[in-house]
Design a protein around this ligand. Structure first.
Ligand code: PXP
Length: 241
């Protein structure tokens, strides 16, 4: 089983929005990512729509042929309605705060267990797979399982942060967290700050890693290598070409 690459295209929308108009064309980029080998497209709308807009997500739904993953906080009614309307393959539940620059923590799945349980049931009954964004913490992973979700996404910022100094130490917590998740029957995704330098080692060490969603580094690498080459380089790190 190989790990799927889902490209987060928020940065493309950010670039487009900086000028108004439709350059770069988000829909074309999504189709091209798929043509170049990505197995999924990820979007993360924020309430202020500063990068991906809600309208974009409806348009993307009509053209995407791979896995569509929408990330965000289900406490936002607009987000909840959008996901139920679009019915993507997967919704990744993230505890975003208003005005947050990017995701910076996983759920406290103990405190929010009853809310998450209801949300997971609602999405699942609409045929949408759920994935809960968590830190690599046993208690949070075990409580995530109790919500009924089949998947979690491990928040990898700390792995990326400590990778350069000591990759063995950086991976340890993630490795044991992933083993625990697997043991209790959860599937695993991962994301945040993964890049060409740290991705290969992560994928080699995390048993049963189903999917990584990567945005910032991959789109930045596309400036140097071009989008097609960048995607191919990431796939190579996942041992897919
Ligand atoms: N996963 C989640 C839940 C995120 O919020 C983000 C950033 O939007 C990512 C993955 C991707 O992170 P990056 O842009 O650093 O690759």
């Amino acid at each position: 089983m190989s790990t799927k690459l889902s490209v987060n295209i928020n940065k493309i929308a950010t670039l487009r929005n900086s000028r108004g108009g439709n350059v770069p064309d988000l829909l074309k980029v999504a189709i091209d990512c798929e043509r170049y080998g990505a197995q999924g497209i990820t979007v993360h709308p924020r309430p202020d729509e500063r990068h991906i807009r809600y309208r974009d997500i409806l348009d993307l739904k009509a053209i995407i042929t791979t896995e569509f993953n929408i990330e965000g906080n289900p406490r936002e009614k607009k987000f909840l309605d959008l996901v139920l309307d679009v019915k993507p393959t997967q919704v990744t539940l993230v505890p975003d705060e208003i005005g947050q620059v990017t995701s910076d923590h996983g759920w406290d799945t103990i405190t929010h267990k009853s809310f998450l349980t209801d949300i997971v049931a609602l999405f699942n009954s609409n045929g949408i797979r759920t994935s809960i964004f968590v830190d690599p913490n046993f208690k949070m992973i075990e409580a995530a399982k109790e919500t009924g979700t089949t998947r979690i996404e491990l928040y990898t910022e700390n792995y990326a942060k400590y990778y350069t100094n000591n990759r063995l130490e950086a991976i340890n917590l993630y490795k044991t967290a992933a083993l625990r998740a697997k043991e209790i029957g959860l599937e695993i995704n991962a994301g945040h700050d993964l890049n060409l330098e740290n991705l290969g080692y992560f994928a080699e060490n995390i048993v049963g890693l189903m999917e990584v969603s990567i945005g910032h580094a991959l789109i930045s690498d596309a400036l140097y290598f071009g989008l097609e080459n960048a995607i191919q380089l990431y796939l190579r790190k996942l041992k897919q070409n």
